[in-house]
Design a protein around this ligand. Structure first.
Ligand SMILES: [Zn+2]
Length: 69
């Protein structure tokens, strides 16, 4: 039995998500990030850090600023 990837703990019909829970998870992630633009900036920063174009101090500073709201 597969459990829904959104973290709700419910069983799926075989896929990653219970019906509609992928959208529920997408909305939750976007809201937690502070909106779609903020989510995009977060991903951009993570990519820059992962590729060595942003150092750890700059990256953690950006995370703290973004999530200090
Ligand atoms: Zn779920």
């Amino acid at each position: 039995m597969a459990f829904c990837a959104c973290g709700c703990g419910e069983a799926t019909a075989g896929g990653l998500f219970k019906s509609g829970h992928d959208q529920k998870m997408r909305i939750d992630i976007e809201e937690r990030a502070g909106g779609l633009v903020a989510l995009s900036r977060l991903i951009d920063s993570a990519e820059q850090f992962a590729h060595g174009r942003m150092d750890v101090n700059e990256f953690t500073g950006q995370l703290r600023r973004q999530f200090s709201r």
